[in-house]
Design a binder for this molecule. Structure first.
Ligand code: SF4
Length: 417
């Protein structure tokens, strides 16, 4: 039997799609082997959101060529799509864009169905594409226009995931909050959540990244539902109105602040994480300082800091980039703020009992994540399974490793179903 190994870069959508591609590959007669083992075909599902993501893929390809000279290499996904749209070439056996990657295994995206078998929680992609065209972003050129998975199909997939034993589902999309808009319903995500809350056996639903302009009143109303994780990832990108406008983000800091305020009013200890781009062309020291102060004031739980990356096809590509040192200095400053804010947030939960989903076990050492996105480690002699929920008291913050130590309250093991 021919062997194939997969490697995934990038977002949750890519992770979901790799799981689907594995099913198609299996149906096409391949045996799936772990990445790093000898294989006839090595399939890379790639990302092109930054030039760094592309560089990582190129490095991996070189490593594979050295280590497995007989293996065929397929580069698929957004980087492949980007290469197909430009004159740049890589010497590879297969370069498969976001449509071709499905056809390669003789199927289509719709013909596979994910089981996310090697994870504690399942990812469910409900949407693809983006119409916003932020000036720095290559995604709309690679993923196309917004399109949503039909409501019934989402429900059917969720039902199957629950039947396969998953208790937690992460809803994801290229622009998750645009779900339903192409089907003529601006509040389809709220309706979908309401339906999913009714599903027996589904304990938690997590939203992946959601754009601030897509957070409707309907969604905010649902924020305190016990089945919805108290974690919202809302990309800010800049905390300066002038830069937001230049980025074509279609909101200002006042609007963003209102969203955060409304969510906190509903769920006081909600974890709000964000993405910020530092060093957008023309970002002055003052613009950056505004971003810094705004992020501090918002009290994000964590900031994912992205140094600006010029992407072909985008309007910002034509602008003169800032010096590398300026971008690096701003990046470091914001990362330091993120670490401080994280510590401030998690410290509030020390001595509190939180429900943790078990994700990993090494002998009697467990790792898991709380509903509000705190990574917890704890020891226990109980035999806990991946995907199980347990009550843990948080004890100590380890800010070097960015995790929290906890202890299991053995008498309070929670059987959730
Ligand atoms: Fe890119 Fe903006 Fe669309 Fe997000 S909303 S995918 S940043 S264009």
């Amino acid at each position: 039997m021919r062997k194939v190994a997969f490697y995934t870069f990038g977002c949750k959508v890519n992770q979901y799609e790799t799981e689907n591609l594995k099913i198609l590959a299996r149906n096409a007669g391949f045996e799936i082997v772990p990445f790093g083992k000898e294989a006839d075909l090595i399939f890379i599902n790639s990302c092109a959101v930054t030039h760094v993501a592309e560089r990582k893929a190129r490095r991996l390809i070189n490593l594979i060529k050295n280590r497995f000279p007989n293996a065929k290499i397929a580069l698929a996904g957004c980087y492949a799509e980007r290469l197909n749209l430009s004159s740049e070439k890589l010497v590879l056996d297969f370069v498969l864009d976001n449509k071709q990657k499905w056809e390669f295994f003789g199927g289509s995206e719709d013909s596979a169905f994910v089981t996310s078998e090697d994870r504690a929680r399942a990812i469910l992609k409900i949407q693809d594409g983006c119409n916003n065209f932020c000036t720095y972003c290559i995604v709309p050129y690679l993923r196309g226009r917004e399109r949503s998975k039909p409501f019934d199909k989402v429900m059917e997939e969720a039902q199957k995931l629950v039947e396969n034993g998953f208790k937690e589902i992460v809803l994801t999309g290229i622009r998750l909050g645009a779900y339903g808009r192409d089907l003529g319903d601006k509040d389809a995500l709220s309706k979908l959540l309401l339906k999913l809350f009714e599903m027996d056996g589904l304990v938690k639903i997590r939203l992946s990244s959601i754009e601030p302009m897509d957070i409707t009143e309907g969604l905010i109303k649902l924020a305190d539902h016990p089945k919805l994780c108290k974690h919202w990832h809302i990309p800010l990108q800049s905390g300066d109105d002038e830069i937001l406008k230049k980025m074509n983000r279609r909101y200002d800091t006042k609007y963003f602040e209102q969203i955060v305020y409304k969510l906190r009013e509903k769920v006081p200890d909600v974890a709000i994480t964000t993405d910020i781009i530092v060093g957008y062309p023309e970002e002055s020291e003052e613009n950056f300082n505004n971003t810094y102060l705004f992020a501090e004031r918002m009290g994000f739980m964590r900031i994912h800091v992205f140094p600006y990356s010029p992407r072909p096809f985008t309007p910002a590509y034509k602008l003169k980039p800032l010096p590398y040192e300026v971008i690096t200095k701003r990046k470091e400053k914001l990362i330091k703020l993120s670490n401080d804010l994280w510590e401030r947030y998690v410290s509030k939960f020390i001595e509190k009992e939180l429900e943790v989903m078990v994700e990993e076990r090494k002998e009697n050492l467990y790792r898991g994540t709380t509903d509000n996105y705190i990574k917890v480690e704890f020891e226990s002699n109980l035999l806990l399974k991946e995907g199980e929920y347990i009550k843990v008291r948080l004890l100590k913050v380890d800010n070097k490793e960015e995790k929290v130590w906890g202890e299991v309250l053995e008498s309070k093991v929670k059987v959730t179903l």
